[in-house]
Ligand binder design. Sequence first.
Ligand SMILES: *Cc1c(COP(=O)(O)O)cnc(C)c1O
Length: 384
Amino acid sequence: MGIYQNFGLKKIVNASGKMTALGASAVHPKVAGAISEAAMDYVDIQELMVAAGKTIATVTGAEDGCPTSGAAAGIAISVAAVIAGTNLTRIEKLPFSDGLKNEILIQKGHAVHFGASVTQMISLGGGKVIEAGQANHVEKDHLIHSVTDQTAALFYVKSHHAVQKGMQSLETMISIAKERVIPVIVDAAAEEDLRKYINMGADLVIYSGGKAIEGPTSGFICGRSHLIEACRAQYQGIGRAMKVGKEAVVGLLTALKRYESREDLSQEQKQRMLRLVEQIKGMAGIEGRVVQDEAGREIYRAELRIDSEKFGMSACELIRHLESGDPAIYTRNHYANTGMIYIDPRPLLPGQEQLIIKRIKEIAGLIRKPACRKNGAGGETDGD
Ligand SMILES: *Cc1c(COP(=O)(O)O)cnc(C)c1O
């Protein structure tokens, strides 16, 4: 029995990836231990935030850092920081920013949804969103012409969610910003490289603590000292509504230290997936193979190609069965409409691939022996 079952919730097997909807990351026992110790004691929060900034600076190469409750909060707080600075009157007035330099310039193809809207988070921080160009086409001139005396920052989204073609590069945005002495903010929420954008000259860079870093629900901003000081100051204003707790800060810092010296698990994960594929060999209607991540990262997933005629149901139906079981099994389903289901090894706890195989075989058995379906109806949580 897991902790969530004590509250009447179903057990989840996460084979999909780092999904916010499934709790993003399961943290390492060392991180969990640090969170637990931090939760059971007191600390001067302001001193903790300053100390956290030093650790973030070390890992990112930035001058300073500021913990947040997540990357979304990081967006709102960074924007608030470039608009209000450390001026308490302005800080307390946000998100109302009339009369202040409040325009945040973003390429139209970067005004995306990551689970919520990037531009809404900018507005939450008091930013007036100015979108340059079109969704699939932005020229350098679109950006240059959109910069005004009211521009508070240029905002760049580095993400698979953003439109990848037809946009201007971060280098271009930095060069435009430098000329006009305007800061550049980068949303790098799910990125793995914690130094790249600081090295390129970005002024503030935002990361999620629960994605690549595999920390607790948290995030951070890193960048130039005076801007980070302004970020911290927002906790007297809009930041209060997105407060990050002491236990999350300590969990984040512990995860960050681990992240620096993390071992490469990709080959071990690949072997696990090869064994999984081996075990479905010979099953009617399923072809398995191991494939590398489409974006070229060192992630090897099991690809299950479902032939709905031979298997007896489509990939989408199989997904529905897997999700409605107990434990509920969540696979990676971006290409389910083409008959493909992926098993992502990264969030799979030891032995869970066995559970997936067993469940797929049970589901296949249900279709093939309709009588079992009736018999099992009471005990099976087959849902539909
Ligand atoms: C996930 C994500 C966020 C939000 O991160 P949280 O830590 O969940 O708040 C923001 N921007 C992008 C591009 C993301 O992928």
